[in-house]
Design a protein around this ligand. Structure first.
Ligand code: SF4
Ligand code: F3S
Length: 104
C-alpha cells in the first residue's frame, strides 16, 4: 500500500485523489489518508503530490504513518474530487514538526 505522511498536514492539495483509480483516499480536516485495504499499489498518486507526502509502505518514511492511515481511513469520509487547498497551504509546505497539528 501507499501511505500519506506528515507533509500533507495543512497542505492538503488533493491532487492525489484525482488520479487514484480505486478512490481510496479519505479526508480529515487538514490531512488525507489512504485506506490500505483498498489501495492497489499502482503508485500513480506519489508523483502527483506537490508536497511529496506520499510514499510506498516499503519506504522508511512511510512506516510511522501507516497505522494512522489505516485508523483514519476507517472513520473519515471518502474523497474523490480535488478541492481547493487551504489558503496558506504553500506556507506550510515542508515545515517540520507538523505531526502534532493533525486534526483527528
Ligand atoms: Fe490510489 Fe494507486 Fe495511490 Fe494506492 S497507489 S492510493 S491505488 S493512486
Ligand atoms: Fe496531501 Fe499531497 Fe494529497 S498534500 S492531499 S497527499 S496531494
Amino acid at each position: 500500500t501507499y501511505v500519506v505522511t506528515e507533509n500533507c498536514i495543512r497542505c492538503k492539495f488533493t491532487d492525489c485523489v484525482e488520479v487514484c483509480p480505486v478512490d481510496c483516499f479519505y479526508a480529515g480536516e487538514n490531512f488525507l489518508v489512504i485506506n490500505p485495504d483498498e489501495c492497489i499499489d499502482c503508485g500513480v498518486c506519489e508523483p502527483e503530490c506537490p508536497a511529496e507526502a506520499i510514499f510506498p509502505d516499503s519506504d522508511d518514511r512511510a512506516t510511522p504513518w501507516a497505522e494512522l492511515n489505516a485508523k483514519y481511513a476507517a472513520v473519515w469520509p471518502n474523497i474523490t474530487r480535488k478541492i481547493d487547498a487551504p489558503a496558506d497551504a504553500e506556507e506550510w509546505k515542508d515545515k517540520p514538526g507538523k505531526k502534532d497539528l493533525l486534526s483527528p
